[in-house]
Design a protein around this ligand. Structure first.
Ligand SMILES: CC(C)(COP(=O)(O)OP(=O)(O)OC[C@H]1O[C@@H](n2cnc3c(N)ncnc32)[C@H](O)[C@@H]1OP(=O)(O)O)[C@@H](O)C(=O)NCCC(=O)NCCS
Length: 166
């Protein structure tokens, strides 16, 4: 059975590897092998240094780290970032346990809201977060690709009487 605990410096290598898995997931869904650059684990180093990173937790199984989450906090608002479960252990409740730990922490701290910002094409994450209680849409980020973008956009999505791509 998995266990949850706070992130410790000894978890660094395992969590950096989890971050690489998150990047790989994004590379897969966008069919874009350059996402995250040559060293995608470097984004985990930046994450650790973020001034608003309040706390991070890991899930462990048989002594090994299999999941990571954390909270960024600005004033009375919290953001869950990241949520990653290693691919071989997905679908067994670890992601839910991590997110529920984060929600509980936000309640305990008396903060007023908690958000998460998955990319629009991350359907499995959107379904996961919806099930975890994130069912209110906040800000929506819109953009247009300029220049030499080779990325293929797909899935026409109806939202407020318009069609969108992700
Ligand atoms: C999203 C993620 C954290 C979920 O973790 P998990 O441990 O697999 O999730 P759980 O087992 O707790 O699943 C809880 C519920 O989420 C939903 N869910 C989980 N994975 C899903 C998937 N691939 N597709 C659709 N729904 C999914 C299910 O409703 C599930 O409930 P069920 O067990 O009753 O079926 C994990 O799949 C992951 O690491 N994905 C890659 C990284 C990522 O995209 N992170 C989010 C970035 S914002």
């Amino acid at each position: 059975m998995y266990e949850l605990r706070e992130y410790l410096p000894d978890d660094y290598a395992a969590c950096r590897a989890l971050w690489v898995e998150l990047t790989q997931h994004h590379r897969d869904i966008y069919d874009a092998p350059t996402i995250g650059g040559d060293d995608p684990g470097a984004d985990f180093d930046e994450y650790l240094e973020m001034e608003n990173r309040a706390i991070s937790w890991v899930a462990t199984l048989d002594g090994g780290v299999v999941g990571l989450t954390g909270l960024l906090i600005e004033g009375s608002e919290a953001e869950v970032e990241p949520v990653i479960v290693t691919a071989s252990q997905r679908g067994s409740g670890i992601g839910s346990a991590l997110v529920n730990r984060a929600i509980g922490e936000v309640r305990d701290r008396g903060l007023t809201s908690i958000k998460v910002r998955p990319v629009a094409r991350n359907a499995s994450a959107l379904q996961f977060f919806h099930g975890a209680g994130f069912q209110t849409l906040g800000h929506v980020e819109l953009f247009m690709s300029l220049g030499e973008s080779k990325r293929e956009w797909n899935s026409e999505i109806a939202f407020h009487d318009r069609e969108w791509r992700d």
